[in-house]
Design a binder for this molecule. Structure first.
Ligand SMILES: [Zn+2]
Length: 252
């Protein structure tokens, strides 16, 4: 991490501001409300860092990669009984390898579908056990459990534990960053978010049409609309002569 605006630096600057404000309050009788300055300074940066996966604020996150003509397709939140196999069929037909960031509870529920993703040589990543709504508020121990349990299930079907991790909704904080560091996990983000969970098919395709070499594209394999979007998107990338790769290739 070599960005100047990172968690450690913001923490240090906050301490300096606190000391300065305290000095002004005690010596020059400034109002106590000046203490709000370091408070707002610190909270605004830390909240921005939590919600901006590409900010590299808490730790290094892979959001794109160096290449002349490749992109990485990534699918989150599966395996799903309605959609994942349709996506696998499309990828197989076009001979494309993608990366699937799977939820542990979904692997437990649909082991055959998960096994098919593995058998068809796509990359598998860890997307936590429960995709907890308040993942950013979990303790170190809970975050660790979420990741370790999912890796155990991934190991059961692949004989390998993945080093790739994508936090739910792309949320990061010092605890999640620390767990990833201690487990030697590579955090995978994105730089082209399809918004397939909230936008209409045409709007998603409009966003995806801006794709360029080196992009990491975020899609979800638990959405009914994703197979149709994927089919059209493959047409778009073929037209502009881009190829797809997966994270086993990128990180090696
Ligand atoms: Zn997710």
């Amino acid at each position: 991490m070599n960005k100047i605006i990172n968690y450690k630096n913001i923490y240090r600057v906050t301490i300096i501001i606190i000391v300065t404000v305290l000095f002004l309050i005690l010596v020059y009788k400034f109002s106590i409300f000046y203490m709000l300055i370091p408070f707002f300074f610190y909270t605004s940066f830390t909240i921005w860092g939590v919600f901006s996966i590409d900010s590299q604020f808490y730790t290094h996150v892979i959001c794109n990669f160096d290449t002349e003509n490749e992109i990485a397709l990534t699918f989150d939140d599966g395996p799903n009984p309605e959609t994942t196999e349709k996506i696998l069929d499309i990828l197989k037909y076009h001979q494309i390898k993608a990366s699937f960031f799977c939820i542990g509870t979904q692997i437990e529920k649909y082991p055959e579908i998960f096994q098919r993703i593995v058998n068809e040589k796509h990359t598998i990543g860890n997307h936590t056990w429960s995709h907890h709504n308040f993942f950013a508020f979990l303790s170190y121990k809970k975050v660790l459990q979420e990741i370790v349990k999912t890796n155990a299930y991934i190991y059961k079907y692949t004989n390998k534990s993945t080093i790739l991790f994508r936090p739910p909704v792309g949320i990061l904080n010092p605890i999640i960053a620390k767990v990833c560091k201690n487990m030697n996990l590579k955090i995978i983000g994105w730089n082209l978010r399809s918004l397939d969970t909230v936008k209409s098919k045409s709007k998603v395709l409009m966003r995806l049409s801006k794709v360029k070499a080196g992009d990491v594209v975020l899609l979800h394999d638990n959405r009914q609309s994703t197979p149709e979007i994927l089919e059209k998107f493959i047409g778009i990338i073929a037209e502009i002569k881009l190829k797809c790769t997966d994270f086993n290739e990128i990180v090696n």
